[in-house]
Design a protein around this ligand. Structure first.
Ligand SMILES: CC(=O)SCCNC(=O)CCNC(=O)[C@H](O)C(C)(C)COP(=O)(O)OP(=O)(O)OC[C@H]1O[C@@H](n2cnc3c(N)ncnc32)[C@H](O)[C@@H]1OP(=O)(O)O
Length: 288
């Protein structure tokens, strides 16, 4: 378990935006992400280097990056990649600290999301580790469908454990368990974190949870009580993966994560006035 009690909060405007059909103008994205950069989050998952056919909303990631006021922030930037080409492009930017890769333990979802089998995806992780090492970037692997599978394929905690061990053995040092369709519950969360964190002490585990409004607290509490200190969220729970399901279960609302962190006195240097301003901008940016 991380002995520093401050939560690593990862705000995900990329996840919030990627499924919105109407194109959000680049200037509006820049303005919104700049407001988030002033809050004091550990990391901002700000964009992706993927096919514009797959995710048209994020085709302007480079232009967005060029507009960010990075001299006014302590936050680090994370960009999602889904193939070697995207990784090679992303690592050219000094401003980016982390590359994030969605590794799925569901064959159907891995294919749907990145047009790869799990075996191809595993081989890609090997490539991504090398690409990141050469350019001094850190790789974050998201284990998609980490808490359940909607496609009639087997899912159980042993499969999650098997892949976590394999990815750790390959050299991945940050693994974020992703609740892509919102099926996690306190039992699965508690089982996975309480077993994986002590078993793989070289790995920082994170929780990328999706939730309905009623169950956010029990999910976050379960992850926290079992040693997880890295949490992804998006203001007001906007977003969810457009490649997964028609009825999206939203992201973990960042305001809820923050209230939890404040209650436990583990919020770190978050500027609540800046958060309020980012929250208000989110209301203007996203369709309700
Ligand atoms: C759970 C989550 O929320 S994860 C985040 C959401 N999901 C994603 O971002 C995944 C995005 N997925 C993808 O981008 C795609 O599945 C890919 C590119 C990884 C693979 O798709 P494929 O169709 O096999 O890729 P392929 O190499 O054949 O290229 C298809 C097209 O995309 C373009 N392309 C491929 N990679 C990239 C890239 N990194 N950047 C820009 N364009 C790209 C190609 O040029 C090609 O364009 P064309 O048809 O005009 O010639």
């Amino acid at each position: 378990m991380n002995s520093d009690k401050t939560l690593k909060l990862v705000e995900c405007p990329r996840d919030a935006m990627q499924g919105i059909h109407e194109f959000i103008p680049t200037s509006q994205k820049i303005d919104y992400i700049n407001s988030i950069l002033r809050v004091g989050f550990d990391t901002i998952d700000f964009g992706s280097f993927v096919s514009p056919k797959a995710i048209p909303q994020l085709k302007d990631t480079v232009d967005v990056l060029n507009g960010l006021e990075l001299d006014k922030t302590t936050s680090k930037l994370l960009a999602i990649v889904a193939n070697q080409r995207g990784a090679e492009e992303a690592v050219q930017f000094d401003e980016i600290t982390y590359l994030g890769y969605p590794f799925s333990i569901s064959e159907v979802f891995q294919k749907r999301n990145t047009n790869k089998s799990i075996a191809e995806s595993e081989a890609l992780v090997g490539e991504l580790i090398n690409i990141c090492a050469k350019q001094n970037k850190e790789l974050v692997v998201y284990i998609s469908m980490g808490f359940g599978n909607p496609y009639d394929e087997p899912w159980n905690v042993e499969i999650v454990e098997k892949w976590s061990r394999r990815l750790a053995e390959m050299g991945v040092r940050i693994l974020s368990l992703s609740d892509t369709i919102g099926t996690s519950n306190p039992e699965s969360i508690s089982y996975l974190f309480s077993n994986l964190i002590p078993a793989l002490p070289e790995v920082e585990f994170g929780a990328h949870l999706h939730t309905t409004p009623e169950s956010w607290h029990e999910k976050v509490k379960s992850a926290y009580d079992n040693g997880c200190r890295r949490f992804d969220g998006a203001i007001k729970g906007f977003g969810g993966c457009p490649m997964a399901a028609d009825d999206l279960v939203g992201n973990m609302p960042m305001e809820k994560l923050l209230s939890f962190a404040q209650e436990k006195k583990v919020a770190g240097n978050v500027n609540m006035l800046a958060f309020e301003s980012a929250y208000n901008k989110a209301l203007q940016t996203f369709p309700m």
